[in-house]
Design a protein around this ligand. Structure first.
Ligand code: CLF
Ligand code: SF4
Length: 553
């Protein structure tokens, strides 16, 4: 059996349990794969099927593997299939962060400038039951705001208690600033809350005093360095107490250029040493209209490239060697759906407060079983193609942007994408290294011609496209299920190749990555050749070498 014939037919994630394909999608699904070379032609060499941390349960302790298997934040692979929801039950906070404006949600787990409507624990339960019965791949309930969950411990734990009783298959998750954590560790363990995120932005109070103006602790408001000293001591104490009980801890850090960016590798090293499972370095989102201290004083956030470089350092051998989360979407305190999509509007109060909602446990179990079958087929394909995401990165890699609606498949039109998944890829190696949000280019059928998305030259479209091209400027290619000639040309002018395909992401990214990396190597060789005096240059090879020759499209 060739790897090609072993592959499962591509199925978009949202079609697994729920969504019927649109005719266009169905047509695309059955269309021949364009520009996606057959993996059967790839040389059968390369490393084994090791996958990077956060992408696979391979090699993990079985108890931990079970905990992360369907958690979309703790497992990069799971986030292609499973959804989370947040319930905004926690209004107040016990500290002040310079990137937060209290009129909005807690920016430790969501973007500033977003306001979620508060729910009571009973309303939250009703909403969870409704959402879980509709979006069956919703596997995790998180409390992440709009303030600090543990400064509102009564409301947070009451919500968790209700959900644990009535929705036994849903994993429980809390995100906290950590100040009150150590006081609640026993309650967290008793309730079966298996996942806790602590936002730790510094371990050095000197850095902290530029992030936290005050901390309210034991009835007193502390300021300056003392405030940060109290905060970090309590955070680390809480982290140690949780890991001791086997509760999986993720650490979030907000990257603030010029304030804590150089310090975060040290933070990563420290939390790793204390047993944190995952580190999520998120970019500061800062604008004057958010009304935050940083927004009003012009503190900038990092570029995607700066963020990736720091994440790479935290992960690297000469850094902290920490498992890094690269797929965070900084979601709202009332987020619903797969990471990166927001289906909150489908679940207004009228959908869950009027009448009793029956919890469809059997339907959910069936849907999860279907997801797992599809997922294991995708995994088998990856293994058969010997695609790695492990530490043995090839010498040459490129960045590739992917338009996807999930399910592990390239299955979205370029013009419909509101974010691109950024993969780093080379020969037999592919790994998700980030996501980038863009404005949607195409708003509907009227803007799509037979060739795909058009609209070039229409008011505002050119600039949307230019901004997307600039956002992806360090990528060698964009993979999407369809693209019009206008966007294709704009991308080409920016040095980005558009590749139409409908295929398993890992497979096509690794194949295209090998081709483009080899092409880049050839280009470098050509440039060197041109710079070399004639009498010193060796005869120039005519092909791009075995990799490009065998797997190129
Ligand atoms: Fe929510 Fe956070 Fe739990 Fe996930 S989010 S409480 S761990 S279920 Fe996830 Fe959203 Fe990033 Fe948070 S993508 S902001 S990391
Ligand atoms: Fe705002 Fe969250 Fe910081 Fe509290 S912990 S100040 S809600 S960002």
């Amino acid at each position: 059996m060739t790897p090609q014939s072993a592959r499962p037919a591509p199925v978009p994630a949202r079609s697994i349990p729920l969504t019927v394909l649109s005719p266009a999608e169905a047509a695309a699904a059955s269309a021949p794969v364009a520009a996606a070379p057959s993996p059967a032609s790839s040389p059968a060499t390369g490393c084994a099927s090791t996958q990077g941390c956060g992408t696979s349960t391979t090699g993990l302790d079985p108890a931990i593997a079970e905990k992360v298997a369907n958690h979309p934040c703790y497992s990069q692979e799971a986030h292609q299939y499973y959804a989370r929801m947040h319930v905004p039950v926690a209004p107040g906070c016990n500290i002040q962060c310079n990137y937060c404006n209290r009129k909005f949600d807690c920016a430790n787990e969501s973007r500033p400038g977003v306001t979620s409507k508060l729910l009571t624990p009973e309303q939250a339960l009703a909403k969870v039951k409704r959402v879980a019965s509709e979006i069956k791949q919703m596997s995790v309930l998180g409390v992440a705001g709009p303030g600090e969950p543990l400064a509102n411990a009564g409301r947070t734990f009451r919500t968790m208690e209700l959900v644990a009783r009535e929705c036994p298959d849903i994993k429980l998750c809390v995100s906290t600033n950590g100040l009150a954590l150590v006081d609640h560790v026993d309650r967290i363990a008793d309730l079966g809350i298996d996942h806790v995120t602590i936002t730790i932005n510094m371990i050095d109070p000197e850095v902290g005093e530029r992030i936290y103006p005050w901390v309210a602790f034991r009835g007193k408001r502390h300021t300056g360095r003392e405030a940060s000293k109290i905060l970090v001591e309590r955070q680390l104490e809480g982290l140690a107490a949780l890991t001791e009980r086997g509760i999986l801890c993720k650490v979030n850090s907000v990257m603030i250029p010029g304030v804590n960016d150089e310090h975060l590798v040290e933070v990563s090293r420290t939390v790793r040493g204390m047993g944190a499972f995952l580190h999520n370095v998120m970019p500061l989102v800062s604008a004057p209209e958010h009304g935050t201290h940083y927004g009003l004083t012009g503190q900038r956030g990092p570029t995607p490239q700066e963020l990736k470089a720091l994440q790479d350092r935290c992960e690297g051998d000469d850094g902290a060697q920490m498992n890094m989360m690269r797929h965070c979407r900084q979601c709202r305190a009332d987020a619903v759906g797969l990471l990166g999509e927001d289906r909150g509007d489908e679940f207004g109060p009228e959908t869950y407060l009027e009448g009793e909602v029956t919890y469809d446990l059997a339907g959910r179990q069936e849907a999860h079983a279907a997801i797992e079958r599809w997922r294991s087929d995708v995994r088998a394909t990856r293994e058969e193609l010997r695609i790695s995401a492990g530490a043995a990165k090839p010498e040459r890699t490129v960045l590739i942007a992917v338009a996807t609606k999930g399910g592990g498949v390239v299955n979205q039109h370029f013009g419909h994408a509101e974010e691109f998944w950024i993969y780093e890829a080379g020969e037999r190696w592919a790994r998700l290294v980030g996501t980038r949000s863009v404005a949607r280019y195409c708003e509907g059928a009227s803007e799509c011609d037979d060739e795909g998305e058009s609209g070039k030259g229409e008011s505002g479209k050119g600039s949307v496209l230019d901004r997307t091209a600039s956002m992806l400027s360090d990528c060698a290619a964009v993979l999407c299920s369809r693209i019009g000639n206008g966007p294709r040309e704009t991308l080409a002018a920016a040095g980005i190749e558009a590749v139409e395909c409908y295929d398993i992401i890992d497979s096509v990214v690794a194949t295209e990555g090998a081709r483009l990396a080899a092409q880049g190597a050839q280009q470098t060789a050509d440039d060197l050749f041109e710079d070399t005096p004639d009498e010193l240059s060796a005869p120039r090879p005519r092909s791009a070498g075995p990799v490009a020759a065998e797997v190129g499209s």
